[in-house]
Design a protein around this ligand. Sequence first.
Ligand code: MN
Length: 243
Amino acid sequence: MSRLLFISDLHLSPARPRLLERFGELLEAEAGGCDALYILGDLFDAWIGDDDPSPFADEVRGMMRAFSGRSHLFFQRGNRDFLVSERFASETGTVLLEDEHLLRVGGLKVLLLHGDQLCTADTEYQAVRRELRSPGFRERMERLGIEERRALAAEFRRRSGESQSLKPADITDVTQEAVAAVARDHGIDLLIHGHTHRPAIHELEVGGRRVQRVVLPDWRESEPRVGFCLEASGHRWLELPPA
Ligand code: MN
């Protein structure tokens, strides 16, 4: 097995420059050293479109492009950056993944998700999610100017039922029913997702099969644990000591 890295929920924004620095540190440390880095959504605290001309967006694109020249880079959309599209992918050398991505690695079946689709107890959130992910919504957004989109994104976030706060207590957790359903549907050994900001490794049994559920950590300035790592010598948390 090669070295595969999984991160999510960095919530990068111009307001949190230290997190952008830490992302850059991880990319520099791992470029060429890992086989692939999977970003499982909410890389950005908000993404209003691939045509965002801001220096912040440019900086992130440049960092990712440098990395993807040396290791594979994959991106799955989260609920904060669901407008990431093909232009961003081509400008960063990233491969966009579907909302459910199945990976076979070293004899394991691994399912990758952002994780918000598992939070099925929050029916209002799920309704908003369907609206935001519809082709009609994307087309309406594409007709708007960048500043109008910026304002709309803020409003939709207020309506989404997910608080502006990034604390786990303000984000609905997954339901066991939804976890069991995706595990059964795909016959997986391992589920890796983010979104809930409740990092943990859960052991469960679905239809007589042992399944592990890894919940990725959200990023904090002084938190060394930034993701998860699959490699031949074992599975472990991915750490990046704060400088
Ligand atoms: Mn999320």
